[in-house]
Design a protein around this ligand. Structure first.
Ligand SMILES: Cc1cc2nc3c(=O)[nH]c(=O)nc-3n(C[C@H](O)[C@H](O)[C@H](O)COP(=O)(O)OP(=O)(O)OC[C@H]3O[C@@H](n4cnc5c(N)ncnc54)[C@H](O)[C@@H]3O)c2cc1C
Length: 594
C-alpha cells in the first residue's frame, strides 16, 4: 500500500478556464482556497456538482470514481458493438432522464456548463415535453394529460382553496372512472396537505403512508391505480402502501403537478416536463467533464473507495483500490466530500468514524429498491406521445418515452447503430416484486431476456389498444438493459445501482451534508435536502450544501452556493400559520375530517 497526496501536480490557477460562463462567475467566487485539496469520492451528479462549485472557488479537486466513466446513474452508455459505417453505437442508459420544470438547483449548474453555440450552456439542450400519457390496458381509452402551464393562470392572490379544489376535480373528471365521491375525497385530502404547517408535515405526514393518507384501501381499484400506485411506485419506485405522505405530497403533487401547471416556482419559463435533446452523456455529462477538466479538476477513474480512514477527529485519508491493477493505496486531501450512493458509502465507514457522528449509523436504516431501464430500438419513428408514458395498469409499473422526437440535433438512423434503427423507446421497470403478464413471475425471478419480453408485453398491452397499434414485434430491432443488474435468472440477482426509496420516516434517517467530522462532508441523493426526493435535483442540492459546509469549516470568505427551495405559495401561508397553532395544541388540520 502506498500513500500519495492529492493534486500535487495540479494547476493551481484556473488560467485555462476558457469559457465566458465560467469567467463571469470567477471573480465573485474566487477565494483564498488555492492549493487546498479536496477529494470528491464518486463521479455522479452530486460529485460533479460539488467538484464544479469547489473548483470555481479555487480548490484543487480530485474526483475518484468506481467506473471508467462519469455521470453515475444519470450517464448514458454505448450498446457495445452496434455502431457501423462511422455511426456511434446505439445509445443505452440506466433509465431515461426527466428534468421537471420545478428543478432550480440543477438547471443553475447546467447553465454554467458551456456548450458550443448555446448561450445558456447545456441548459439550452433541454426540450419540453408537452403531454403525459396515462396508458390504460384492455382497450380502455388512454388519458392524454396536457403538461403545459395554464395559459391564463390566476393572478397572484387569486388562488383560493375552492379554486384549487375545482382544478383537481376537473382534472380527475377527465378520462378517469373515479366515482365522484372518491374524486372529491382525494381533492379534500390534498387541501389538508396543502394547508398543513411544516411541523405537521415533518411529524404527522412523514409518519403516515400515502396509501393511508388518501384512504386507498377503502376506495375503488381505479382510485388505487391512478392516485395511489400511479403517483408513487411508477414515479419514485416506492410502494404507495409505505411511501411518505410528506414526500409524495410536497414533491409530486404540489411542486411537480399543481405549482407546475400554474407556472409557480419554476426554472424560468420552463414547462413541467423537460428532457435532453440527445443521449445524456452527449448533451450534458461529457461537456460537464470537459468543463471541469478546464477548471483544473482531476479524475481518477476505475477506482473503488474502500474505506474512509478516521483518526483523532479528522478523516486522514481514503483507502482506494485500482480496479484494473488490483493495488490498494491511500489517498489524502485537506477535505473529503463523499458523493457515493448510501448503499456504497455506508460500507466505507468504520466504527470510529460512525462513533464520531451518530447520523452515519442512522443511514443503515435508509432503504433502496430496484428501478431499471430497458431500451427498445425500433425500425420506425415511434414518438407515442410528446412526453412521458405511464402504463398505469402494468404490474411492473412500466414507464417510458419515445426519444428520437426530442433529439432534434440528431438524426437517429444516420447517427447511431447500423442505420436501421430510427427510434428508441426507453422504458423503466419500477416494480420487481409482482408477477408479470407473460410468465407470471416477479422481475427478480426472471432472466434478463424474460424481463425484456415482459416489459415489451406490458408496453404493448398499454399502448396497443383504443383501436391503434403503436408497437409491433416486427418493428423491434433490438434491446439493451442496464448492465448494473447482474445474476438474473440465478439464485441471487444483484443491482449495483438501486435507488433510494422514501418509506415513512425516511426523513429522520437522512443525514445532513455537514457531519460532525470537521473535514468530512456528504453529498448524494440520500442527503437531507429540501427537495426530499432521490433525484438529480436532490443530488445537486446536496452538493451545494456540502460545499457550503466545507467553506464554513475552512473559514472561507468565498460566496456560498445558492440553494433554491421548493415553492411556497404565499396565498396558503396564513392557513399554514393557523395550522401551526392547531398542531401545537394537538388538534387536526382544519380540513382533516378523517
Ligand atoms: C432508473 C432510474 C431513473 C431515474 N430517472 C430520473 C429522472 O428522470 N430525473 C431525476 O431527477 N432523477 C432520476 N433518477 C434518480 C437519479 O438518477 C439519482 O437520484 C441521481 O443520479 C443520484 O446522483 P448521485 O450523485 O447521488 O449518485 P450516483 O448517480 O449513484 O453517483 C454516485 C457515483 O459514485 C460512484 N461510486 C459508487 N461506489 C463507489 C466506490 N466504492 N468508489 C468510488 N465510486 C463509487 C458510482 O459509480 C457513481 O458514479 C433515476 C434513477 C433511476 C435508478
Amino acid at each position: 500500500m502506498t500513500t500519495e497526496p492529492l493534486g500535487t501536480t495540479r494547476r493551481r490557477f484556473l488560467a485555462g478556464a476558457g469559457t465566458a460562463g465560467a469567467l463571469s462567475l470567477w471573480p465573485a467566487r474566487a477565494a483564498a482556497a488555492v492549493g487546498r485539496r479536496v477529494a470528491v469520492l464518486g463521479g455522479g451528479v452530486s460529485g460533479l456538482s460539488a467538484a464544479q462549485e469547489l473548483a470555481e472557488r479555487g480548490y484543487a479537486v480530485t474526483v475518484y470514481e468506481y467506473y471508467d466513466v462519469l455521470g453515475g446513474k444519470a450517464r448514458s452508455m454505448d450498446v457495445p458493438g452496434t455502431g457501423t459505417g462511422g455511426r456511434k453505437p446505439l445509445p443505452g442508459e440506466h433509465g431515461f432522464r426527466f428534468f421537471p420544470g420545478f428543478y432550480r438547483n440543477l438547471p443553475d449548474t447546467m447553465r454554467r456548463i458551456p456548450f458550443p453555440g448555446n448561450a445558456n450552456g447545456v441548459h439550452d439542450n433541454l426540450r419540453s415535453g408537452t403531454e403525459a400519457l396515462f396508458a390504460r390496458e384492455a382497450g380502455r381509452p388512454d388519458l392524454h394529460f396536457p403538461l403545459r402551464r395554464l395559459t391564463t393562470p390566476p393572478a397572484p392572490g387569486d388562488i383560493t382553496l375552492s379554486w384549487i379544489r375545482d382544478q383537481i376535480l376537473s382534472v380527475l373528471d377527465l378520462g378517469t372512472r373515479l366515482p365522484a365521491h372518491e374524486a372529491a375525497y382525494f381533492a379534500d385530502r390534498l387541501l389538508v396537505h396543502l394547508t398543513s404547517c411544516d411541523a405537521r408535515r415533518e411529524d404527522q405526514w412523514e409518519k403516515t403512508s400515502w396509501w393511508e393518507f388518501v384512504r386507498a384501501e377503502e376506495m375503488s381499484e381505479e382510485y388505487r391505480t391512478l392516485l395511489g400506485i400511479g403517483q408513487t411506485r411508477n414515479l419514485v419506485a416506492t410502494r404507495a402502501e409505505v411511501a411518505s405522505t410528506r414526500t409524495v405530497g410536497r414533491v409530486i403533487i404540489e411542486a411537480l403537478l399543481l405549482w407546475g401547471l400554474l407556472g409557480r416556482g419554476m426554472d424560468g419559463d420552463a414547462d413541467i416536463d423537460r428532457v435532453l435533446n440527445a443521449p445524456t452523456s452527449e448533451a450534458w455529462i461529457d461537456p460537464w467533464a470537459a468543463h471541469l477538466r478546464s477548471l483544473g479538476v482531476e479524475f481518477v477513474l476505475g477506482t473503488e473507495v474502500r474505506e474512509v480512514l478516521y483518526t483523532g477527529g479528522r478523516v486522514t485519508g481514503v483507502r482506494v483500490l485500482d480496479r484494473e491493477g488490483g493495488a490498494e493505496r491511500t489517498v489524502t486531501a485537506d477535505h473529503y466530500v463523499q458523493a457515493m450512493p448510501v448503499e456504497h458509502a455506508r460500507r466505507t465507514w468504520g466504527a470510529a468514524l460512525r462513533a464520531a457522528d451518530p447520523q452515519l449509523a442512522r443511514c443503515d436504516a435508509l432503504e433502496t429498491d430496484w428501478m431499471t431501464g430497458v431500451q427498445f430500438y425500433l425500425r420506425t419513428p415511434t414518438p407515442v406521445v410528446h412526453g412521458h408514458i405511464n402504463c398505469l395498469d402494468s404490474p411492473w409499473s412500466v414507464t417510458g418515452i419515445g426519444q428520437a422526437q426530442f433529439w432534434d440535433v440528431r438524426n437517429f438512423s444516420e447517427d447511431y447503430g447500423d442505420g436501421r434503427a430510427h427510434d428508441c423507446v426507453s422504458a423503466i421497470v419500477s416494480e420487481w416484486d409482482k408477477p408479470g403478464i407473460l410468465y407470471g413471475r416477479k422481475a427478480r425471478e426472471c432472466t434478463r431476456e424474460e424481463i425484456v419480453e415482459e416489459c415489451w408485453a406490458q408496453l404493448k398491452d398499454a399502448l396497443n389498444d383504443s383501436g391503434k397499434t403503436t408497437l409491433t414485434d416486427a418493428d423491434r430491432l433490438g434491446w439493451f438493459m442496464d448492465p448494473a443488474v447482474t445474476g438474473l435468472g440465478g439464485p441471487d440477482p444483484q443491482n449495483r445501482e438501486p435507488l433510494l426509496i422514501h418509506p415513512t420516516g425516511t426523513l429522520y434517517n437522512r443525514p445532513s451534508a455537514r457531519t460532525a467530522v470537521r473535514n468530512f462532508f456528504l453529498a448524494g441523493d440520500y442527503i437531507r435536502t429540501d427537495v426530499d426526493l432521490a433525484t438529480m435535483e436532490g443530488a445537486n442540492e446536496s452538493a451545494r450544501r456540502a460545499v457550503n459546509a466545507l467553506l464554513d469549516a475552512d473559514g472561507s470568505g468565498a460566496e456560498r452556493c445558492r440553494i433554491w427551495e421548493l415553492y411556497r405559495p404565499p396565498e396558503l401561508e396564513p392557513l399554514k400559520r393557523v395550522d401551526e397553532v392547531r398542531y401545537r395544541l394537538g388538534l387536526p388540520n382544519t380540513f382533516d375530517l378523517g
